[in-house]
Design a binder for this molecule. Structure first.
Ligand SMILES: Cc1ncc(COP(=O)(O)O)c(C=O)c1O
Length: 913
């Protein structure tokens, strides 16, 4: 794998990956210093090279507690005074400790080897915790005036407060200004708490690493901030970046007055600074304990340890039927005892009921709501497939119209069949060359709403249901979509399927584009008196009864006094966080939730198993804990890995000849990228461009979802996926005709990147060898295959329309339909018929009728969206697409029987209006 670049972190350094890859770069820089210093021991000429490598560590080291400025100063001293051997030993000690993270547990790592050898034994109680059971480690940022001179004192004071009974260990990082504080919070994922002393500076003297441009673009610079209320501004800014972090204010003035300011809700506690520092220490520990606590999991562990006799079903509980068996004991040995001890069908005795939670599940859900920025959370143990159906059932009544992306997950289509809602399918923009869809343009959504309005049926529209981000990574401008839709119908409900995007909450970069992030922003906007003025100004400009065309071209502002903000999000916690498979959450931020709560309980009773799995619930609880305590760093790492993969593949001389990861500009057409943003790593693209794109563009690309084009190497998606899995043990997710989807997540490491790049290189080398060996013929065959995969791609068929029999009072312009009646029509064999796909009858009926009406969903994998839904009139485009399909897995279609159709003369028989 080509060596990762060592990046100088300077004021001009604003490339997007430079920020995300900072932790990785930090270890690389230390390793590089170590390598240079080792050479120096053999070649005295290299002293200046060592000094340059030392300087390359950059000013960022001050944002991390370890190694701390004392060790850094000692190291500088050793290098400057030419002590090569002792410099090498210190660099080695520090870089190994950073890499292996042993400094979190070993007090010796915080000293030179010489000092550690002489340290008194009681050092363990005043510094770290070697010899004691593992205590999680974090860092607390102190923002204090005169940091340069006070830092040592603060660090020492904090260490002295440490007690063996503390549940966690933390070290202090001390900075002196607003700017440095923001940098520390952005760059150091270990920061879990922040303490502000009044009187710190706004700006930093000297250079601010990497991020001044970022601060300016986020409005966090001198021009936008006032010196008077810096602590409040800083607290607000930190919460925007990392809402989970606890912030404390130490004030020597009128603490009561500060505490009474509405913005002071960002502080967990305001303390009078002359008070005992121990109070602060205890607050900090309590704040972290509050996130660490996992009410359900903690109780489940206790439950598992109790001697319990079970007389209920579930013989596997306690493991006796397993461990005593001659025949299935290996299962016990494989999983270990605890999983059986923790299995139970009880809902009492320390456990709780998922269907009607009143105890620790309720509490765990409330903690998840806090973490995810929702008002309520439901834990779901049957995947987001079930969460989506629950939302549909709870909110949609038969006959309600739901605006739906046809390319959405099948749980939405089935959810509407069950609820009786009528889908009005809106098309996502097609990416025909890759046989996939993008996302639904806002203009299409507005168009549909305005048509419904024109036809007098807006009152029947209940919900807009979209997938954010899509399987392939298209992220909506969630705020804009909701605002513009609410400007047309102020009580619309939004369901954002964020099955793949739950992790985005922990990225300041992505959070604004999540359902909950946008809902929060809209709520804040609604409270601002200027918003009413903004609305009224636009109304005046639009005039009375503006034409639809005018409304379409205007960025509509809703009336903040009329909006009922009703936002739902579902996420497959198991897809992007540490939850066991099928762990999902349903998030609610709905001002009218009180009115539908009972319906939600009914939906839970309908869809949730009465035997929910305890381990799944526990893993949802634990996934929340992890994200609140280390999610920020993990997500930043997942993004770094993705940017690395993009970079390595697209810039490798041989790999890029056959493969490439599509850039944002290829995934999102220019008309939806009006900011001009092209791709994350394009020359000249900076933080400012990225921030602007996230703010303005209609669609952005989730960097962690990478479409790797493999058709150019002669592989179709399915074939390539199989090759990677069977020959190289690399698993991936989705495929299209000529691409596969790679996804990085919180689990990946840089070794995974190395392995992927190595494998792709090997495949390319084999390909080159085969082509060279096979001569002209082989090359011609290869080129024909590539051409077929990349150019001979079937057009994606748009949704046609529902048959008239399934369109109640449908107007002329909109095409919603009663899919539920059509679905159940198929249950009556006498009303159905089969027509073989390739038969001439199909072509005859396409030409002369009678119309062919699909009796069921037909979903080919790939691409995985329904090309037919029940009640849909089958068009020539759909037949052409189906005939060209070369996939074997087509749900809802049996080749031997042919297309299952509803006979037109029977179509209206089972429709109940
Ligand atoms: C967009 C989307 N929503 C929902 C689901 C269903 O999620 P789960 O697998 O958790 O049931 C999927 C599954 O792939 C999906 O892609």
């Amino acid at each position: 794998m080509p060596k990762k670049k060592i990046m100088p972190v300077s004021g001009q350094d604003s490339r997007i990956d430079h920020f995300f890859s900072l932790p990785g770069t930090r270890t690389d820089n230390w390793r590089s210093l170590h390598a240079t210093a080792r050479k120096w021991t053999r070649d005295p000429q290299l002293q200046s090279d060592v000094m340059s490598a030392f300087e390359a560590l950059g000013p960022n080291e001050r944002f991390f507690a370890y190694p701390g400025h004392k060790l850094i100063a000692t190291l500088r001293d050793r290098i400057e005074s030419g002590q090569a051997d002792s410099a090498v030993s210190l660099v080695q000690r520090i870089s190994e400790s950073i890499l292996d993270r042993t400094y979190k547990e070993d007090p010796g790592d915080w000293m030179t080897a010489e000092a550690a050898a002489e340290a008194p034994p009681e050092i363990n109680t005043t510094t770290l915790a070697r010899g004691q059971s593992h205590r999680p480690y974090f860092e607390t940022l102190f923002v204090a005036p005169g940091a340069a001179t006070r830092a040592d004192h603060i660090i020492d004071q904090i260490r002295r407060l440490r007690r063996p009974e503390d549940p966690f260990i933390y070290e202090a990082v001390v900075v002196g200004s607003f700017e440095e504080a923001i940098c520390a919070v952005l760059l150091n994922p270990a920061v879990s708490a922040v303490t502000l002393y009044e009187g710190f500076d706004l700006e930093t003297k000297g250079s601010v690493p990497a991020l001044r441009q970022f601060l300016t673009s986020a409005g966090l610079d001198a021009e936008h901030l006032s010196e008077d209320d810096l602590p409040l501004s800083l607290a607000g800014a930190i919460k925007k970046i990392r809402p989970e972090v606890d912030i404390y204010l130490l004030s020597d003035r009128h603490v009561e007055r500060v505490a009474g300011d509405p913005r002071a809700s960002d502080f967990r506690r305001v303390l009078y600074s002359v008070e005992e520092l121990l109070e602060l220490h205890l607050c900090i520990l309590e704040g972290v304990s509050d996130r660490f606590r996992t009410p359900f999991f903690d109780n489940l562990k206790k439950y598992a340890m109790r001697p319990i006799s079970t007389f209920h079903a579930l013989p596997i509980a306690r493991g006796k039927s397993v461990f005593k068996s001659d025949w299935i004991r290996d299962m016990g040995e494989f999983y270990g005892l605890n999983i059986f001890l923790a299995e139970s069908s009880a809902t009492t005795g320390g456990l709780d009921s998922l269907l009607e939670p009143t105890g620790n599940i309720k509490e765990a859900q409330e903690m998840a709501a806090r973490a995810f920025g929702a008002d309520h959370v439901f834990f779901v143990t049957n995947g987001t497939s079930t969460s989506n159906k629950m939302v549909h059932q709870a909110l949609v009544a038969p006959g309600d119209i739901v605006l739906l992306d046809r390319n959405c997950h099948k749980s939405h289509h089935y959810g509407l069949v069950l609820a009786g809602g009528q889908p009005l399918y809106i098309e996502a923009f097609p990416m025909t060359e890759y046989s996939m869809y993008g996302a639904v343009p806002l203009s299409s959504i507005k168009n549909a709403l305005l048509d419904l309005k024109a036809e007098g049926r807006l009152d029947r529209v209940k919900m807009v249901d979209l997938t954010n981000c899509t399987f392939d990574g298209h992220i909506y401008n969630t705020r804009r979509v909701m605002e513009e839709c609410l400007a047309i119908k102020p009580d619309l409900i939004f369901l954002w399927d964020e099955a793949w995007f739950g992790f985005a909450r922990w990225s300041p970069f992505l959070r604004q584009r999540t359902a909950m992030g946008a809902a929060e922003a809209i709520e804040t906007w609604m409270k601002d008196p200027a918003s009413v003025e903004e609305y009224e100004k636009q109304q005046k400009k639009l005039g009375k009864n503006p034409k639809a065309a005018k409304l379409l071209e205007t960025r509509l502002i809703p009336d903040p006094r009329q909006i009922r903000l009703r936002v739902y999000q579902t996420n497959s916690t198991h897809k992007s966080m540490s939850s066991l498979r099928q762990g999902s959450m349903l998030l609610v931020r709905d001002v009218d939730f009180g009115e539908v709560e009972a319906q939600f309980h009914e939906a839970v009773f309908t869809h949730a198993s009465t035997s929910p799995n305890q381990q799944l619930i526990a893993s949802l609880d634990v996934a929340r804990r992890q994200m609140e305590l280390e999610g920020y760093g993990l997500v930043a790492n997942a993004i770094e890995i993705a940017l690395d993969i993009r970079n390595e593949i697209n810039s490798h001389p041989l790999i890029s000849k056959y493969f490439r990861v599509l850039g944002a500009d290829e995934m999102v057409p220019a008309e939806y990228r009006t900011s001009g943003f092209t791709d994350f790593l394009d020359e000249g693209i900076s933080w400012t461009d990225q921030v602007r794109s996230m703010h303005e563009d209609e669609f952005c690309l989730d960097p962690t979802r990478m479409t790797l084009v493999c058709g150019t190497a002669g592989f179709d998606g399915t074939q390539f996926k199989k090759l990677l899995a069977e020959e190289f043990d690399i698993q991936l997710n989705k495929t299209s005709r000529n691409s596969v989807l790679l996804q990085s997540n919180i689990n990946n490491t840089r070794s995974d990147v190395a392995q992927l790049v190595r494998v792709l290189l090997q495949i390319c080398q084999n390909l080159e060898k085969d082509l060279a060996r096979g001569g002209e013929n082989a090359r011609a065959t290869f080129e024909a295959r590539v051409k077929s995969l990349m150019e001979d791609v079937p057009n994606l068929p748009d949704f046609s329309h529902f048959h008239d029999a399934f369109r109640w009072d449908a107007g002329k312009k909109t095409w919603e339909g009663d899919m539920r009646s059509a679905f159940f029509s198929a249950y009556y064999p006498e009303g159905c018929e089969y027509v073989p796909l390739d038969s001439p009858e199909v072509d005859k009926r396409l030409k002369n009728g009678p119309e062919m009406i699909s009796a069921n969903f037909v979903i080919p994998y790939p691409p995985g969206f329904p090309i037919m839904v029940p009640g849909q009139v089958i068009s020539k485009e759909t037949i052409d697409f189906m005939r060209k399909l070369d996939v074997t897995e087509i749900h809802g279609f049996e080749l031997a029987k042919g297309l299952k159709l509803i006979r037109p003369d029977h179509a209206s028989e089972h429709v109940r209006k």
